[in-house]
Design a protein around this ligand. Structure first.
Ligand SMILES: C[S@@+](CC[C@H](N)C(=O)[O-])C[C@H]1O[C@@H](n2cnc3c(N)ncnc32)[C@H](O)[C@@H]1O
Length: 260
């Protein structure tokens, strides 16, 4: 593939590792090697990321069905099939979607993806920890007087406890009006304890920064103060499945909640 300027092809990156697991082509040898090391630690990783994407699509459809036409998708990842704007705009063609990511390769792909999109969709190059910048930038497209669906899908493990991810989530939700929704997925250290501990270490070693897999309790805590929707925080494939889930061992927790 052509390497866009400013992209480091010698250090594995989480978006490209994830792309490899999803069967994409936007990854380099270092990413594939790192992805394979994590897969050796936990063979459920590939079904896990597929189930995570399926959760994203179901939860966006659910929110759209509740009348939400504005989405803030932080930690977008490299665009792939059925991205948030496609699912949302299927339900309501004028749905507005702001994507946020801090990775230059994601940014390059997002620009290409969005160049042909006529419906209101924007991309913001920002760090999840910089909530002021995200809220300010998103306000160009989203009307914060109307409900917003906030999506934090497979990103919060990139934020260590020291950076207070609970405060980050609360700050974002505080900026949204009642009737807004929050959806989170997160690698669960207690779903498949040995495998997930090995995967957490393999990913941390590969990335050069610490990823933090959390317990069911730790993931549930992100929803404090919100009305958690049935069936609660569950293995992602068990959250309102379209058909009976094939496996119960994805290693990912997921849930959604409404702001009262
Ligand atoms: C595992 S991918 C998830 C992609 C997508 N949400 C999904 O679930 O299919 C995590 C994404 O979060 C982004 N990311 C990680 N840490 C971030 C941060 N602090 N701020 C913004 N984006 C971040 C990465 O660049 C990557 O694209």
């Amino acid at each position: 593939m052509v390497v866009p300027r400013g992209i480091d092809v010698h250090t594995p990156h989480i978006a490209r590792i994830y792309d490899y697991w999803l069967g994409g082509k936007d990854n380099f040898a270092v990413d594939r090697a790192a992805a394979e090391r994590v897969m050796a630690a936990t063979p459920t990783i590939k079904p896990g990321v597929a189930a995570n994407r399926a959760f994203l699509q179901r939860v966006v459809r659910f929110m759209a069905g509740e009348g939400v036409t504005q989405f803030l998708d932080i930690g977008t990842g490299i665009p792939t099939a059925d991205n948030t704007h496609l699912v949302a705009q299927q339900a309501s063609p004028q749905s507005r979607v702001v994507y946020v990511d801090n990775d230059p390769i994601v940014l390059a792909h997002a620009r290409a993806l969005l160049s042909g999109v006529t419906a209101p969709t924007a991309f913001l190059d920002a760090d999840l920890r910089d909530t002021d910048r995200i809220l300010e930038g998103a306000a160009d497209l989203l009307d914060f007087r109307r409900p917003v669906g906030l999506l934090l899908i497979a990103i919060l493990h990139c934020v260590p406890d020291g950076d207070d991810p609970r405060l980050i989530v609360r700050t974002l939700m505080d900026a949204l009006p009642p009737g807004s929704f929050l959806a989170i997925t997160h690698p669960g250290i207690d779903q498949l304890p040995e495998q997930m501990a090995a995967a957490e270490k393999a990913l941390t070693d590969a990335m050069g920064f610490r990823v933090t897999f959390r317990t069911h309790e730790g993931v549930s805590a992100f929803f404090t103060g919100l009305e958690v929707l049935d069936p609660g925080v569950v293995a992602v494939q068990e959250w309102r499945p379209d058909s009976p889930p094939a496996s119960t061992t994805t290693g990912m927790w997921g849930g959604a909640a409404r702001k009262p």
